[in-house]
Design a protein around this ligand. Sequence first.
Ligand SMILES: Nc1ncnc2c1ncn2[C@@H]1O[C@H](COP(=O)(O)OP(=O)(O)OP(=O)(O)O)[C@@H](O)[C@H]1O
Ligand SMILES: [Mg+2]
Length: 265
Amino acid sequence: MQSVPANQIKPQRTEESRPSAVIAIRGLKISFGDLHVLRGVDLDLYQGENLVVLGRSGTGKSVLIKIIAGLLRPDSGEVDVLGQNVDQLSARELDTLRLKIGFSFQNSALYDSMTVRENLEFPLIRNVRNLSRQEINRSVEEALDDVGLKQTINQMPSELSGGQRKRIGIARTLILKPEIMLYDEPTAGLDPITSSEINNLINEVKERHNTSSIVITHDLTCAKTVGDRIAMLLDGRFEQVGTFEEVFAADDERVKQFYDYKFVD
Ligand SMILES: Nc1ncnc2c1ncn2[C@@H]1O[C@H](COP(=O)(O)OP(=O)(O)OP(=O)(O)O)[C@@H](O)[C@H]1O
Ligand SMILES: [Mg+2]
């Protein structure tokens, strides 16, 4: 089956059941000096879906989600997040919007000198005023429960495995109950078993909290396991968007060259 360009993607649903876009991007461009990284990106993230972004190193995947989170300003184009145009928000409005976006960074580091509990409390105490000790404790326990690591509450990050650290990093993001999750290479550097735990976690987060997520990855197992749709960033635009099978069945040499994925019916 042929996949279609991003700007022609229309979900095959009736008007009333069509999901709304929680992120809508049109004509997004950004350059660094002579380096034209994003050259007219169009993309929608629909409510409740996991959208996987694939693309070679340096194609602008991390830049894209930094723009979505308002950490970087584009040169031109529209970025609407939860109905708000990110570029037109005041600093205070942007802060409020950011609380609804969970950002799991590519090298998400925990604070090494703090216990797991303290690491999780940190974003809460900083961002939510007037919480009682009881409420804080409950939120920490819930977030740890979400990632299946309640038993690590009093441990130091150095006592955790790489996969556990990654999950605690995700718990620290979930504690603010975000509506949108942005995962930047969640399985990078993890062994296949730990990676599959993270993939399951990403799917569980979606089901439990009805979050909508963008997942950047180079890991095709991750893409296939978590991606409701796959969007492939090629030459600064999303040129292949569809299901995993559609994207990899597409007759596009650039997809084949990079991933060399043999799709088996
Ligand atoms: N703040 C910045 N200033 C200058 N150049 C930047 C900046 N941020 C990113 N770049 C450049 O933009 C390009 C895209 O970077 P980005 O981090 O988005 O790549 P990526 O697709 O996430 O790659 P990887 O898969 O290796 O993580 C790179 O060439 C990078 O050097
Ligand atoms: Mg990156």
